[in-house]
Design a protein around this ligand. Structure first.
Ligand code: DGY
Length: 335
């Protein structure tokens, strides 16, 4: 029997590893035979395997490591991994494909929120916003002084963007509004029209771009190629006054090397939303005043999370109805 014919007789069994926005959970209960996470607690690997028993669809998120060893243990019933989130670096998509399991994500709906948060960090670090807010609460502020707590202007500076996809472009658009010049490195040069609109300069060589910028923002996915892309050597290509913003994935930067350079003054500052071993944050980074560290908040808006949930629901419905699945991850294709 074909999957579709089989589905016509019953609702798909959908298991979810995280607590989702209430409207999404309600919708899932209406449409699917949904097994939700009532406690909101992080599930262990064994718990994920256990809820998958007899399920058609697994809905994981970034904190669930769906690696080859776990996929190997999935029951044959699982045919779709509908990720709640755009990044799929925590899922071994090749291992899933090898078992005939489709993987989907939620692109497009968290672009603006992530770009907003990137700009917030891009301003916060050079203008010492968090340091200032901390001081204001201590009662130790002695009043305005001409040389008190000076930061650096962002207007007129050069921003290098690594990864000029949806989020990179949304950041570039915002940066223009602040009078920041946009430079970018992307495997493929973006369409001329977009480049013109963003007044963006493309650098084929990442190392060369790094030498010529003041601010750096990362917007590429974490893959084998981008793992520790910003290693010690690349960090040393940046001018000493540079500020680095990362709202993509922590694994793209060598965090120990970054902390070392921020502590020694070899780099000026960093605004970080993501970390290599979340929820752990490299302790050396947390000791530094020139680091603004926030807990993976890029897409954390009510609107964004509901839109992500709606995408998950749409992907599951398309799969179950035998239609083209909108956000299917195609193996070997850029996301
Ligand atoms: C994303 O969607 O990739 C966010 O970082 C959460 O996973």
């Amino acid at each position: 029997m074909k999957y579709r014919e089989w589905h016509e007789m019953k609702k798909p069994i959908v298991v979810v590893t995280h607590k989702l926005p209430a409207v999404i959970e309600t919708r899932m209960k209406e449409l699917f035979d949904a097994n939700l996470n009532a406690t909101g607690m992080q599930m262990s690997r064994d718990q994920i395997i256990s809820i998958c028993d007899g399920a058609d669809v697994l809905v994981p998120s970034v904190t669930d490591k769906i690696d080859a060893a776990l996929i190997e243990r999935f029951p044959g019933s699982v045919k779709l991994i509908a990720n709640f989130g755009v990044g799929v670096n925590h899922i071994d998509c090749n291992a899933a494909a090898a078992r005939g399991i489709i993987v989907t994500n939620t692109p497009g709906v968290l672009t603006e929120d992530t770009a907003d948060l990137t700009i917030a960090l891009l301003i916060s670090v050079p203008r010492r916003l968090v340091e200032g807010a901390r001081l204001a609460r201590t009662g130790k502020w002695t009043g305005w002084r001409p040389t008190f707590m000076l930061g650096y202007r962002v207007n007129g500076k050069r921003l290098g963007i690594i990864g000029m996809g949806r989020i990179g472009q949304a950041v570039a658009r915002r940066a223009q509004g602040f009078g920041i010049q946009v430079h970018y490195h992307n495997r493929n040069r973006v369409h001329q029209e977009i480049e013109g609109e963003l007044e963006a300069t493309w650098w084929e060589s990442l190392d060369e771009m790094l030498e010529h910028i003041d601010l750096l923002s990362i917007h590429c996915p974490l893959t084998q190629e981008t793992q520790q892309l910003l290693n010690s050597e690349r960090l040393d290509c940046l001018p000493k006054h540079s500020v680095i913003i990362n709202t993509a994935r922590g694994g793209i930067i060598d965090e120990a090397a970054l902390a070392e350079r921020l502590a020694s003054g070899r780099l000026a500052g960093a605004g970080l939303d993501v970390y290599a071993n979340e929820p752990q944050i490299h302790p050396a980074l947390l000791e530094l005043d020139n680091v603004v560290a926030i807990p993976h908040l890029g897409s954390a808006t009510h609107e964004g999370r509901i839109a992500m949930g709606e995408k998950v629901v749409m992907n599951i419905r398309a799969f179950a109805d035998g239609h083209t699945i909108p956000d299917r991850i195609l193996i070997g294709v850029d996301i």
